[in-house]
Design a protein around this ligand. Structure first.
Ligand code: UT7
Length: 326
């Protein structure tokens, strides 16, 4: 069995920044409400010509460069997204073409905010069993295209962005120490886009009813998120026999600063060991964790030998945790 780890990371963030003040011009909200309830001050928004694949490709090129690899070295491409360029074909297929990778297996993975960690866990299996050597896992969303800018309870939360990581073989003791992922479809209607799929195909009526936009029961999700993130973090740490106080860094999904604070308080992880960029980036769903990871790696916040726990929660509902020794 070969250990799997992250060999390179990269980000693709749109240039345009939308502040809370900008949003007060289009919806009944305030900087004070958004800041105190979520911690978000601003988020990026894609330009009309940008798509999920363009952000993924920017991120992938940077991740490959950091790993010292070219697209032709890749064995698999996994694109975690719930806002693909189009329903068919996959965004991963477009990435394969635009990157100039060999005709390898490339596919999209739909697990909402947990998509990146689901993808890393899938990649780990191929590497451990030596069926693949280098796997690109991207997480990217253009949720601004699926937000209802008349619904203040959702449109202020999400931002656009993409990030990627190259997963490959590493020398122990580095690599993924433990991971587990979960899905509970009983809460499927807590965060969803009702129309545009086979259940409710696009029609004049679905467009008129604004059914192609994100709908969320935020308050209920908040409680499930705190509970799930705490539980999965404890389980993953226990699997690797590591205590919360042995962690060098905790990277939680960036959904709400109050969720992060509640989880860290329960786990006893001090704020200096917790990474947060929600103030600048907002909730970017599947891009959230890899964007954090890339920022930490490039700024030196993550160093070789560090023990890093990532934990995620999202629509489905899905949740999971991954513990890595860098
Ligand atoms: O990443 C995927 C997973 N996502 C999550 O886990 C999200 C979890 N949920 C949350 O982060 C929070 O529940 C929200 C940020 C979505 C909402 O915060 P909250 O503290 O739970 O607020 P609430 O939904 O209970 O709403 C409280 C009040 C309501 O007004 P009334 O009914 O008390 O008069 C809302 O209408 O805040 C109002 N409100 C707003 N006011 C100003 C909701 N959104 C806004 C807004 N600006 N943008």
């Amino acid at each position: 069995m070969t250990a799997a780890g992250i060999l390179g990371t990269g980000s693709g963030l749109p240039e345009k920044v939308i502040t809370n003040l900008d949003l007060t011009q289009i919806v009944d909200t305030s900087d004070e409400w958004i800041t105190t309830r979520t911690g978000i001050k601003e988020r990026h928004r894609a330009a009309p010509e940008e798509t999920t694949s363009t952000l993924c490709i920017q991120a992938a090129k940077k991740a490959l460069k950091m790993a010292g690899l070219t697209p032709r070295d890749l064995d698999i491409i996994i694109c975690a997204t719930i806002s693909p360029d189009m329903p068919l074909p996959s965004t991963a297929a477009i990435m394969q073409r635009e990157l100039g990778a060999e005709p390898i297996m490339a596919f999209d993975l739909s697990a909402a905010c947990s998509g990146f960690l689901f993808g890393v866990m899938v990649a780990e299996q191929f590497i451990r069993t030596r069926q693949a050597r280098y796997i690109l896992v991207a997480g990217a969303e253009l949720l601004s295209r699926f937000l209802d800018y008349t619904d203040r309870s959702t449109c202020v939360l999400f931002g656009d962005g993409g990030a990627a990581a190259v997963v490959g073989p590493v020398e122990e003791p580095s690599g993924i120490l433990a991971a587990e992922m979960h899905t509970d479809g009983h809460y499927a209607d807590h965060l969803y886009i009702p129309a545009g799929g086979s259940a409710r195909p696009a029609s004049c009526e679905t467009v008129r009813n604004r059914e192609h936009f994100v709908k969320m029961r935020g308050n209920e999700l908040f409680k499930i998120a705190v509970r799930s993130l705490e539980e999965v973090s404890r389980r993953v740490l226990a699997k690797a026999q590591i205590c919360p106080n042995q962690l060098d860094l905790f990277i939680p999904h960036q959904a709400n600063q109050r969720i992060t604070n509640a989880v860290c308080e329960r786990l006893g992880i001090p704020s200096e060991k917790v990474f947060s960029n929600i103030g600048r980036i907002g909730n970017t769903s599947s891009a959230s964790i890899p964007l954090c990871l890339d920022e930490c790696v490039r700024s030196g916040r993550i160093k070789k030998g560090d023990t890093v726990l990532m934990a995620t929660f999202g629509a489905g509902v899905t949740w999971g945790g991954t513990l890595i020794r860098w």
